[in-house]
Design a protein around this ligand. Structure first.
Ligand SMILES: Nc1ncnc2c1ncn2[C@@H]1O[C@H](COP(=O)(O)OP(=O)(O)OP(=O)(O)O)[C@@H](O)[C@H]1O
Ligand SMILES: [Mg+2]
Length: 253
């Protein structure tokens, strides 16, 4: 198996209206397993996450310099289609955002966007995605019901199914469980860990226990800089930097 990183970031600087929010981040993200981004509010976690699938492109006033490579390819070339990048690198947000349509159509949406599958094909792929998102058994009898009828936790798993349907290589999660109750949070966490076995997963979380439960590697950011990046166990139990030590021991942030 290749050990080449999924992502390579070199000197990535992100600006909003000319003001730098991320100051020269350099890191590699392994293809295998789960990588967590932690750090206090406003340190740039979401900004860096959104660099990985060009989601910042849609933010007015945003600019990026430096190099972001996906499997060795610069994803910010003029010739690169951001829609193709986002097909390979899916995203799940903090607030579940199902479309006001049926459960089935929510999952089929991406398939239709990227091609015109037959109905039979669509049914197979929707089922596969719902199973992968651990939601199939709960919704199989109401695929034509409105997605907005589902519970918050189910809606979030529906959004994960929608992201999985187009078979991405990477899934990005931005605080996927922070609006959920403890039971739904646990289900999403289990799912994140499970998906990390077959996809590249990057998760932003404020919950340090969550990072330690699901992530193989953790990156700690402070004020737009990458302070420390290490195997999760090492980062939490023997941090190298004093700022990391203060953060993981709960003394600030
Ligand atoms: N759309 C935007 N326009 C202007 N500034 C922004 C925008 N989005 C983020 N910023 C600024 O960039 C910096 C980093 O924000 P970002 O949202 O990446 O932080 P974060 O670590 O994800 O924070 P949180 O934990 O609160 O989600 C902050 O100073 C923020 O105010
Ligand atoms: Mg954020």
């Amino acid at each position: 198996m290749s050990t080449a990183p999924r992502f390579s970031l070199r000197d990535v600087v992100c600006r909003y209206d000319g003001k730098a929010a991320v100051h020269g981040v350099t890191m590699d993200i392994d293809a295998a397993g789960v990588t967590a981004f932690i750090g206090p509010s406003g340190c740039g976690k979401s900004t860096i996450l959104r660099c990985l699938n060009r989601m910042n492109d849609v933010v007015h006033g945003f600019s990026l310099s430096g190099d972001v490579r996906l499997d060795g390819e610069d994803i910010y070339l003029r010739t690169t289609d951001p829609v193709q990048v986002r097909r390979r690198v899916g995203m799940v947000f903090q607030r579940s955002n199902p479309f006001p349509s049926s459960v089935f159509d929510n999952v089929a949406y991406g398939l239709r966007l990227h091609g015109s599958p037959s109905r039979a094909d669509e049914e197979l792929q929707v089922e596969e995605a719902l199973r992968a998102a651990a939601l199939w058994d709960e919704v199989k009898d109401r695929l034509e019901s409105s997605a907005t009828m589902l519970s918050g936790g189910q809606q979030q798993r529906l959004c994960i199914a929608r992201a999985l349907a187009v078979k991405p290589e990477v899934l990005l999660f931005d605080e996927p469980a922070s609006a959920l109750d403890p039971v739904s949070t646990q289900r999403v966490e289990e799912l994140v860990a499970e998906l990390g076995k077959r996809l590249t997963v990057v998760i932003v979380t404020h919950n340090l226990q969550q990072a330690s439960r699901v992530a193989d590697r953790t990156a700690f950011f402070l004020l737009g800089r990458l302070v420390e990046y290490a195997p999760t166990v090492d980062l939490f139990t023997r941090p190298r930097e004093v700022e990391t030590e203060r953060y993981v021991s709960g003394r600030f942030g």
